[in-house]
Design a protein around this ligand. Structure first.
Ligand SMILES: C[C@H](CCC[C@H](C)C(=O)SCCNC(=O)CCNC(=O)[C@H](O)C(C)(C)COP(=O)(O)OP(=O)(O)OC[C@H]1O[C@@H](n2cnc3c(N)ncnc32)[C@H](O)[C@@H]1OP(=O)(O)O)[C@H]1CC[C@H]2[C@@H]3[C@H](O)C[C@@H]4C[C@H](O)CC[C@]4(C)[C@H]3C[C@H](O)[C@]12C
Length: 415
């Protein structure tokens, strides 16, 4: 184990040097200026989490994203890097007219509200697509634009529950648990909506027509879980929750505490990797039940837990790093950002304010995303600039300002 670990470390170092060289020979600035979504104009109506994340994905890959904020809405804004902000009151007819003028020159409008809110403004798809037949009108909701629940409030956990997926998450004899708000808000929500927008942009290159995207978190999450539906009759998948291979039932797909109170993740599913796990743990295969004997999994799990409790996380990394035992340390966010492998790849980046964020994914070889490193926009910070770009005269802007249809906020100098 020691020898192969050292060879592997050398191989990794050479690989890392190769990755670093490739990154240094990154595409020229000219090439980089042609990010995949360069020139796509997006109007994102400010929302809670899925909407901002969807807009951030588009901005990271080169789209010009304008976030439309409410007036006086001093909520916490986030995931707004690379965006500009316009504050506009859509409850006033003048504000609706401004938005209609903007949408005539937009490629995408994305709204995160309950169904019917945009129609109430007089900004439903029929109107905006009549004004601009090439507009892609993305609607990111919880339950979808139609259906008995469509107008009901909800959050990630509700959509996850209704998709069926939440029933599969959690340890045996415990209540199901939602993995933060990652699956419905982001996996089935913002990412799926961003995919829909890119699909519609591509289709428009053929048809020259826009369309409406009904992106919703129940269906996006259900779609994300297609694997569950296609594998649910497999013997290792039709046990009660928490008794299957991938849901904490199996000892070889589990997390274990180390002697220093940290944790290791084990994913040694295939027999050849499982054998390396046993070897690394210092156990004897002959003294253990068959790997796939479900009735013995609890007992085997206890033996693994006892073994892992004998060494620190660092000691286990020295044993397993670079091997095929499928054993990795469970890192905090901060540790993940400092991890050698992640550093070699540039998996995380630091902005001008020393905030660390994950680099956009996936990594495109010729037109990679170049996330902005500037601070997030203040609400209404670019109102004037944007209206001027879209042909509003000084007088029109001043009138909108004095009638409190718009709001302009200039960042306070850090004195
Ligand atoms: C960050 C925390 C949230 C984490 C994510 C959470 C787990 C989620 O799941 S987010 C996904 C939510 N669901 C959806 O997105 C599905 C679709 N949307 C909806 O169902 C609804 O929008 C809704 C349920 C999310 C909200 O319903 P609501 O009734 O408020 O709104 P709508 O019916 O959609 O109507 C929109 C209304 O807004 C008006 N509007 C919109 N734009 C404009 C405009 N430009 N001009 C004028 N008016 C506008 C529109 O007219 C509608 O008005 P009417 O209803 O009158 O018609 C966060 C969880 C908790 C947060 C914290 C908490 O709230 C306390 C603090 C509050 C403070 O303000 C900010 C800081 C907080 C600490 C806050 C911080 C974070 O937000 C949270 C932690």
């Amino acid at each position: 184990m020691e020898g192969s670990g050292r060879e592997e470390k050398g191989r990794r170092r050479r690989g890392g040097e190769e990755e670093k060289r490739k990154r240094e020979e990154a595409p020229s600035d000219l090439e980089r200026s042609t990010m995949a979504l360069q020139g796509v104009r997006v109007l994102e109506l400010a929302g809670l989490a899925p909407g901002p994340h969807c807009g951030m994905i588009l901005a990271d890959f080169g789209a010009q994203v304008i976030r439309l904020d409410r007036l006086g809405h001093q909520g916490k804004t986030w995931m707004a890097r690379g965006k500009r902000s316009l504050a506009l009151d859509l409850k006033r007819p003048e504000g609706v007219s401004v938005m209609r003028r903007l949408c005539k020159r937009m490629d995408v409008v994305m709204e995160p509200f309950r169904p019917g809110v945009m129609e109430k403004f007089g900004l439903g798809p029929e109107i905006l697509l009549k004004d601009n037949p090439r507009l892609i009108y993305a609607r990111l909701s919880g339950f979808g634009q139609l259906g008995r629940l469509s107008k009901v409030a909800g959050h990630d956990i509700n959509f996850l529950a209704l998709s069926g997926v939440l029933s599969k998450l959690g340890r045996s004899n415990e209540t199901p648990y939602a993995p933060l708000n990652l699956l419905a808000d982001f996996g089935g929500g913002s990412l799926t909506c961003a995919l829909g927008i890119v699909l519609a942009l591509y289709e428009r290159t053929q048809s020259d027509k826009g369309q409406v995207i009904d992106a919703n978190m129940v269906e996006g999450t259900a779609y994300l879980s297609s694997f569950l539906w296609h594998s649910k009759n497999l013997v290792f998948w039709n046990q009660p929750r928490g008794k299957n291979i991938l849901d904490s039932g199996a000892p070889f797909y589990e997390t274990y505490r180390t002697s220093d109170g940290k944790f290791m993740a084990v994913g040694a599913i295939e027999p050849q990797f499982y054998a390396l796990l046993i070897k690394g743990l210092g156990l004897n295969c002959d003294e253990l039940p068959n790997q796939l004997s479900i009735s013995d999994w609890e007992e085997t799990k206890k033996k693994f837990a006892d073994a892992f409790a004998k060494k620190t996380q660092a000691e286990w990394c020295n044993i397993f790093d670079g091997t095929d035992a499928c054993v990795t340390p469970i890192l905090s966010l901060e540790e993940a950002a400092l991890n050698e492998h992640n550093q070699e790849r540039g998996t995380f980046f630091t902005d001008e304010h020393h905030n660390v964020s994950p680099r956009p994914a996936p990594l495109l070889s010729r037109t990679p995303a170049i996330p902005s490193t500037k601070r997030d926009p203040m609400e209404g910070e670019h109102t004037k600039e944007i209206l001027q770009e879209f042909g509003f005269s000084e007088d029109e802007i001043n009138q909108l300002d004095s009638d409190k249809i718009i709001e302009t906020s200039t960042p306070k100098a850090n004195l």
